[in-house]
Design a protein around this ligand. Structure first.
Ligand code: SF4
Ligand code: SF4
Length: 300
């Protein structure tokens, strides 16, 4: 069985306890306008183009079997509509100007990378996190991978948007030690406006995870002009506190690093130029969240 992976990040300290390997699966069932990993939204491989690295050698033009890369009036051109994401051009480009996002990998190939760091997981209380995108868009691959990781006795965590039917999460829970999920916006209408979907299912699933007794962690990305008010963060925090069983709640400041990825994908970036909240304002939000949730609140 093969999955489509955008990245396998080793030695991650952000995606759960201890030292971890995080496997990013491509494909998502939401479309958050501020997504800082826009290359994970579509499930198919995509070409990312960095023209500033191009030397103009033309090797990619000869390599492309689809006529998507060409030369017009002496200048390189690229027609994304003709591109199949085959990756032939990226293989021929030695400057890094062309990069394919999305690699087909078998469970065994992913496991070979994961197992290289087994000693680090054991010594640090870490493990492996499946992230995305949304991992449930490649459900059978995710399940097979979790089974393989568990069979090696390695701890597992999910980073999920919680927007899949509950029975899917329920079926994965026996294979998982920690569930990390976002509650991004509390207002249903605003959630639909900014992510493309309502939040009713997400909130219901959150309650069910809490009731299951599985360890979980809730996080909220703080997005300028979307949810960065004491009232909105407070409303989410109150809901998280009411779930029962959370050890803490985490606010994640806006990450502007996705900007270059939007350019490389020639995709519209609604948050171009946006920057994270100031430290003072983040502290105000943290205090509001602490007051409303009754939980310790971290800012990351
Ligand atoms: S192969 Fe790379 S460096 Fe050469 S023309 Fe194509 S994009 Fe530019
Ligand atoms: S990914 Fe394949 S189809 Fe797309 S431009 Fe490169 S060689 Fe052509």
């Amino acid at each position: 069985m093969k999955g489509i992976i955008t990245e396998i990040e080793r030695f991650s300290l952000r995606d759960g306890p201890g030292i971890r390997t995080t496997v990013f699966l491509k494909g998502c069932n939401m479309a958050c306008k501020w997504c800082h990993n826009p290359e994970t939204l579509q499930i198919r491989p995509q070409l990312m183009v960095y023209p500033e690295k191009c030397l103009g050698c033309g090797a990619c033009v000869s390599a492309c079997p689809s006529g998507a890369r060409g030369i017009e009036n002496g200048a390189l051109c690229y027609d994304r509509a003709l591109c199949t994401g085959c990756g032939a051009c990226a293989e021929s480009c030695f400057t890094g100007a062309l990069v394919i996002s999305g690699r087909e990998m078998t469970v065994k190939e992913v496991m070979d990378e994961i197992l290289q760091d087994r000693a680090y997981y054991e010594n640090s209380g870490g493990g492996v996190t499946l992230s995305g995108g949304e991992l449930t868009t490649q459900l059978e691959f995710a399940r097979a991978l979790l089974e393989a990781i568990k069979a090696e006795g390695i701890s597992t965590a999910l980073e999920t948007n919680m927007h899949a039917p509950w029975h899917i999460y329920e079926s994965l829970l026996p294979l998982v030690d920690l569930v990390m999920f976002d509650i991004k916006i509390f207002s249903a209408a605003a959630h639909k406006k900014w992510t493309g979907v309502g939040n009713d299912r997400i909130l219901k699933n959150a309650k069910k995870v809490a009731e299951s007794g599985k360890d979980f962690l809730v996080r909220t990305p703080v997005i300028p002009g979307v949810n960065d008010t004491e009232e909105e963060i407070g409303n989410i925090a109150e809901f998280v506190g009411g779930l029962g069983g959370a050890q803490y709640y985490e606010l994640l400041l806006f990450n502007p690093l996705g900007e270059s990825k939007y350019q490389a994908l020639e995709a519209n970036n609604s948050f171009k130029g946006s920057r994270p909240s100031s430290a003072d304002f983040a502290e105000k939000l943290r205090q509001a969240a602490e007051k409303r949730s009754g939980l310790p609140v971290r800012v990351g």
